[in-house]
Design a binder for this molecule. Structure first.
Ligand SMILES: NC(=O)c1ccc[n+]([C@@H]2O[C@H](COP(=O)([O-])OP(=O)(O)OC[C@H]3O[C@@H](n4cnc5c(N)ncnc54)[C@H](O)[C@@H]3O)[C@@H](O)[C@H]2O)c1
Ligand SMILES: [Zn+2]
Ligand SMILES: [Zn+2]
Length: 391
């Protein structure tokens, strides 16, 4: 089958690889009908995540049709012909964390748990197409995907309706939603959101649905800011203003009550000189992150506010404003999204028309064009905001 493979930093290729097979009674195989490129994939492409191996199949936002089911998955109700979305993480449904719906912390599914424990102090769930740290599982930017723990991982969706309506439930919609829920939004709150990529845009949409009085969106890409405005945000172009000063000016001088960092590890700015300093530091491994947006969010937020961090971080950051965090009594909420915790509720909200699940989509392309579309998405060419690939 064809799949998008990682062949080194900034080197992705659409290659011929062996078809997946059932390896465990809990497995299922799906024929992928649609699969997306995520901002998290850019961190792999750009070499920010350790533990990638040459030939690794990428992709963690697939959906499709079940074509083969292992006996245990079948016994739990998964059938050939089911239409499913595959959340980016695998969930066993039985461990302590799964029972608490902390699915991204599933204690069973990461077969390289020892590695994750060494790096982070505890394991995370197994993830599709996301390095040795999360289990070395093949990803879903491919014609077929092996889904371990299939009965508790796959989410069945209705047989009718375009893929586009449901596919973003695999990751970015629940991620934006969880980011807004974790910001604990109150009716009087102003919520500032750094980053208007797909995750930031869904966080903005969610913050509005959850009743935030004002949402302020921060980025420097005009079409992304325009889309943020279309779902009700006031916008701040960070290339034209000092973000920190502008946010204080737009609020009561104290800052927004809630802040969401939907940028993560590869943030730009705040100006050319400091960006160069951070790039040199990450190049020489003096730090592994460029936490520009997170620093700004912590400084901007009002005392006793909440900073919610859906943006991905992987290692160690310098110049982290721990003093502001402590002195202002900031609450930090973060984590990989517990996708299945939110899917039933979000499917209902999509079907009732409360949530527009497709507004971030700009490009639908054949799988073979994957490597080129990664570059377009990264470089924001051609108005690219979210790409679906069709195997
Ligand atoms: N927590 C999770 O489970 C989860 C799931 C999916 C994605 N993510 C992460 O969310 C983040 C966003 O993902 P995405 O798909 O929207 O990516 P993206 O790369 O499309 O979006 C990032 C946006 O941030 C903007 N940006 C860069 N520097 C900035 C700064 N200093 N201030 C404000 N904006 C800035 C960029 O212009 C871009 O529009 C990534 O780190 C991704 O890995 C996390
Ligand atoms: Zn993703
Ligand atoms: Zn589990």
């Amino acid at each position: 089958m064809k799949a998008i493979c990682w062949q080194g930093k900034k080197d992705l290729r659409c290659e011929e690889v062996p078809d997946p097979i059932i390896e465990d009674p809990k497995d299922a195989i799906i024929r992928v009908t649609s699969t997306c490129i995520c901002g998290s994939d850019l961190h792999l492409m750009n070499g920010f995540v350790p533990g990638m191996c040459l030939g690794d199949v990428l992709g963690h936002e697939p959906m499709g049709e079940v074509v083969e089911v292992g006996p245990e998955a079948a016994a739990r109700g998964l059938k050939v012909g089911d239409r499913v979305i595959i959340p980016f993480q695998m969930t066993c449904g039985e461990c302590e964390q799964c029972l608490k719906q902390n699915f991204s912390a599933c204690q069973t599914t990461n077969r390289n748990a020892a590695l994750a424990k060494k790096m982070f102090g505890d394991t995370t769930a197994g993830l599709f197409g996301y390095s040795a740290l999360t289990g070395s599982y093949a990803g879903g930017q491919a014609e077929y995907l092996r889904v371990p723990y299939a009965a508790t991982t796959a989410v069945k969706i209705p047989q009718v309706g375009e893929d586009e309506r449901y596919i973003f439930l695999t990751d970015i919609l629940p991620t934006g939603w969880q980011a807004a829920v974790q910001a604990d939004i109150q009716p009087e709150d102003t919520v500032a959101v750094w980053g208007c990529g797909p995750v930031g845009l869904f966080a903005i949409h969610s913050a509005k649905v959850l009743g935030a009085k004002r949402v302020i969106a921060i980025d420097d890409v005009p079409e992304r800011l325009a889309l943020a405005a279309s779902v009700g945000a006031e916008i701040l172009d960070r290339s034209k203003v000092n973000v920190l000063k502008a946010l204080k000016d737009m609020t009561d001088g104290h800052g927004p009550e809630k802040a969401i960092d939907a940028v993560g590890i590869e943030a730009h700015g705040p100006n050319a000189v400091l960006e160069l300093v951070e790039r040199v530091q990450t190049a020489f491994k003096l730090q592994t992150e460029r936490p520009v947006a997170l620093r700004e969010a912590i400084m901007a937020v009002k005392a006793c506010g909440t900073v919610s961090i859906p943006g991905v971080y992987g290692g160690m950051a310098n110049a982290f404003p721990v003093g502001a965090l402590m002195q202002k009594g900031i609450t930090i909420r973060t984590g990989q999204t517990h996708v299945r915790r939110w899917t039933d509720d979000l499917i209902r909200r999509i079907d009732e028309g409360e949530i527009d699940s497709t507004f971030v989509l700009t490009h639908v392309e054949p799988l073979e064009r994957g490597p080129e579309m990664y570059r377009k998405f990264r470089d924001k060419e051609d108005g690219c905001i979210k790409v679906i690939l069709k195997p």
